[in-house]
Design a protein around this ligand. Structure first.
Ligand code: FAD
Ligand code: NAD
Length: 444
């Protein structure tokens, strides 16, 4: 007879949970998953999958634009058909993910979950106990605290817009702002990006970010650096963004893309003694254990220097699966986690950042203008640059690319850096020709 209802009870059903929970349950571990919203969490429902589906015709439009001297005619994006397609692709995912969890005998508990004590969780009006608990509650959009803030929308609202507004103001210049500005402007909206600082995508290599911005400007996107947004108001049938020294911008829609904050409130952390920071998230050790020994945390809600991305959440939930099933006792050892911003062109990076490498004598940085490559000329890519970072043994340790194919190029280079391949090993790898992989590896 088990002392607890579950061996492991997860709070939240995003990637920080389900990629590990399903294989854990397959091994005979009794698992419960509490979720107050859609199964699958942010990424499938209002993040990666939804965004990349809307981006598909945007990417195609970019490719057509690059080849416009060859193609006849002009195409445009039908927003409502694109949104309908997004729903067709996305709407079935919670059922599919939930079905997968149930088929592994996982109990799905619907409702808001909060810790009652270190082994007890209240989910709606049900109370369940567990030997171990994993908090995987993710992030939610940060909202600017300015007058008229209720007039602004967040990324979730944007991804469900049935009609594309004509004029859009986007506050912030991070991942969401830059990706959604691209989607909206290529789809026909006039977009103004109100930047908090003088730089967009601050963690990325700035010479490449400037190239992305230049392409977005050609598409019609306006950037206002150091905008200092003061508030929003309604005036007749339009909205007004007040910024700078008494400047105003009239728009039909305001997207607040000023970042994301951890879901740490109202889940009983203080009651049970789990340490956290309201801005950074839940503190964990190198086994993803919180300050309470049987309570762990996974995914975006963790206070960590790892990027808050789906691959990170997947790696963490998979690590916890191995820990709970006795496959490992070792601390978590993060691999290189690559990242990409799905603008047109994309900017993608992995490993040691170029700006950091340029400041150190431990690395050598090699820049390549890829527009000179015959393979990139096939698609007439106007912007294509890569910077490769090598260590003293000439092993690849980092790379950043700006191009329409940057995501695929960085993915293909990743094993060289993660596995620290030497020249001889690299020489053993033969790629399809012609392909982005053979093109990317040519420079190693
Ligand atoms: C617009 C957007 C686009 C993105 N695009 C990408 C991308 O292209 N690539 C990429 O790698 N990453 C992307 N991300 C980031 C990615 O979505 C997250 O890193 C990932 O979803 C994190 O998973 P998670 O399980 O930690 O959190 P989430 O997926 O947010 O899951 C947390 C879950 O917990 C639930 N929950 C919270 N509190 C409670 C409670 N008290 N009781 C019960 N349930 C609760 C929530 O409802 C939610 O379902 C994007 C994010 C956004 C917002
Ligand atoms: N392609 C991807 O992988 C992808 C796409 C979207 C989101 N994400 C994930 O979601 C996270 C959140 O994305 P995001 O774009 O919301 O956040 P972000 O941290 O990338 O960008 C937030 C932006 O808001 C600005 N800002 C902060 N405070 C402000 C203020 N008071 N006024 C005006 N602007 C302000 C920042 O300067 C920054 O430009 C990302 O960090 C990433 O982890 C990933």
């Amino acid at each position: 007879m088990n002392k607890y209802d579950y061996d492991v009870l997860y709070i939240g059903a995003g990637h920080g949970t389900f990629d590990g929970a399903a294989p854990l349950a397959k091994q005979g571990v009794k698992v419960g998953v509490a979720e107050e919203d859609r199964i699958g969490g942010t990424c499938p429902n209002w993040g990666c999958n939804a965004k990349i589906t809307l981006d598909a015709p945007v990417k195609l439009t970019r490719e057509q634009e690059n080849l416009k001297n060859i193609l006849n005619g002009h195409t445009s994006i039908d927003w409502s058909k694109n949104m309908k397609h997004k729903h067709q692709v996305i709407d079935g995912l919670p059922k599919a993910i939930g079905g997968m969890l149930k088929s592994d005998d996982i109990d799905i508990l619907h409702g808001h979950a909060a810790l009652v004590d270190k082994h007890t969780v209240k989910i709606g009006d049900k109370t369940k106990t567990a030997k171990n608990i994993v908090i995987s509650t993710g992030l939610r959009p940060h909202r600017l605290d300015v007058p008229g803030k209720q007039l602004a929308h967040d990324s979730k609202d944007f991804l469900n817009l049935s009609k594309l507004p004509k004029q859009i103001a986007i506050v912030g210049a991070g991942y969401v702002a830059m990706e959604f500005a691209t989607i909206a402007s290529v789809s026909g909206a006039q977009v103004t990006v109100l930047m908090h600082h003088g730089q967009a995508l601050r963690r990325f290599y700035q010479p490449y970010v400037k190239k992305v911005m230049a392409e977005m400007k050609k598409q019609g996107v306006k950037f206002v650096p150091n905008a200092n947004v003061a508030g929003f108001a309604k005036s007749g049938d339009h909205l007004v963004v007040k910024y700078g020294h008494s400047k105003q911008l009239n728009v039909d829609y305001i997207l607040d893309a000023s970042g994301r904050i951890p879901n740490v409130e109202n889940i009983g952390l203080d009651k049970v003694g789990v340490k956290y920071d309201v801005r950074k998230g839940i503190a964990v050790d190198d086994h993803l254990r919180t300050s309470v020994s049987n309570i762990y945390a996974s995914g975006d809600v963790i206070d960590s220097k790892e990027p808050k991305l789906t691959p990170t959440a997947v790696f963490e939930s998979t690590y916890l699966m191995k820990l709970f099933s006795g496959q490992t006792k070792a601390p978590i050892d993060f691999p290189i986690i690559p990242t990409v911003v799905f603008t047109s062109p994309r900017i993608a990076e992995m490993g040691v950042p170029v700006a950091e490498a340029e400041k150190s004598d431990q690395y050598q940085v090699v820049h390549h203008d890829l527009t000179a490559d015959w393979y990139r000329q096939v698609d007439q890519e106007p912007v294509a640059d890569v910077s490769l970072v090598f260590n003293k043994h000439h092993q690849l340790v980092g790379a950043t690319e700006v191009s329409d194919k940057a995501d695929d190029a960085i993915d293909t280079l990743l094993p060289a850096a993660e596995l620290k391949l030497n020249k001889q090993q690299i020489g053993r790898l033969v790629y399809l020709f012609p392909s982005i992989a053979s093109d990317a590896w040519m420079n190693l």
